[in-house]
Design a protein around this ligand. Structure first.
Ligand code: NDP
Length: 278
């Protein structure tokens, strides 16, 4: 049986084993998938032992995505652009590093939520690891505008500069939250971790254009603080990041196994589980 795992610290909360086990059952792939806790100073060693034991690949989560990038002997274009890796594939002596987070977000928005991005004005809030991972896939679907806004304004500018050569015909801008005054967007994606602290970035009300879609990468039972604010401002098309989580997993699974699972059924099962308090 082929072995896979997700490595992080902490890791008990991870839904990846449930998702990948469901994908394997659905596609009749003979594999096992476990959660592995790595010590904070022991990520490379944990990977080495897992490989030595016959592991075929791992997903990588907080706080090891940068270390996974350094450990890979070959990087995909999107992993190189993101500077972070969430999927490692072991191929003999080669360790391929990929980043499926951005593809997961874009698939969730376009396919699951019927929210097109091409020709739309897209606002990305945040300039941390999650934001960095989605900029290239967002530019690749050709929005008319992609604006990055962040609390630490210099980080927003740095992120824009890193991807400026990929902007094509999109107007690609960056700034602080106060610079958004007077601007409206069709899709607003919250990639800050503010919701984790029960906070919402200080945003001008105008950012939600009529019919706008509000998306929070964080997920949970009920509205996140960001989605609650958007709803209070009259936004009716909203989603949290559970679909992104399932879609990035589906992308990893397809890379490893050469078969794309049906993510919709797994997503709706997870959604039902999330609605029931533990
Ligand atoms: P990072 O720590 O790398 O970045 C945090 C970002 O949030 C920074 O831009 C930071 O701004 C900003 N921020 C933090 N607190 C506040 C606040 N109170 N007000 C405004 N801005 C704030 O985190 P990640 O990028 O890794 O994660 C961001 C979010 O994305 C998390 O909620 C995470 O759970 C989610 N995520 C979801 C995934 C999914 O599959 N659904 C996948 C990956 C991430 P500054 O630069 O000023 O510090």
């Amino acid at each position: 049986m082929d072995r896979y795992a997700v490595i992080g610290h902490p890791i008990e909360h991870s839904k990846s084993p449930i998702i990948h086990t469901a994908f394997a059952r659905q596609t009749r792939q003979d594999l096992s998938y476990q959660a592995l806790l790595a010590p904070l100073d022991g990520f490379p060693d944990t990977v080495r032992k897992f490989r030595a034991g016959g592991g075929r690949g791992v997903n990588v989560t907080v706080p090891f995505k940068l270390e996974a990038c350094a450990l890979a002997t070959r990087l995909t274009t999107r992993a190189q652009a993101a500077g972070a890796v969430n999927t490692l594939t072991f191929n003999g002596d080669i360790i391929v590093g990929d980043n499926t987070d951005g593809a997961g977000l874009v698939r969730d928005l376009i396919l699951n939520l019927s929210c097109p991005l091409a020709g739309r004005r897209v606002l990305l809030l945040g300039a941390g690891g999650a934001a960095r991972g989605v900029v290239l896939p967002l530019l690749q679907v050709k929005p008319t505008v992609l604006t990055i806004a962040n609390r630490t304004v210099s980080r927003a500018h740095e992120l824009r500069a890193a991807f400026a050569s990929h902007a094509g015909r999109s107007a690609f801008t960056a700034g602080g939250f106060e610079d958004l005054e007077g601007w409206g967007f069709d899709v607003v994606i919250n990639a800050t971790s503010a919701s984790l602290e029960n906070e919402v970035p200080p945003l001008p009300e105008c950012i939600f254009a009529p019919g706008a879609f509000a998306y929070d990468m964080m997920y949970g039972a009920g509205d996140t603080p960001f989605l609650a604010v958007a709803r209070a401002l009259g936004v009716t098309r909203l989603a949290d990041g559970l679909g992104m989580l399932v879609e990035q997993a589906a992308e990893s699974f397809a890379l490893w196994r050469g078969v794309r699972p049906n993510s919709a059924s797994v997503l709706s099962r997870l959604r039902r589980k999330l609605a029931v308090p533990a």
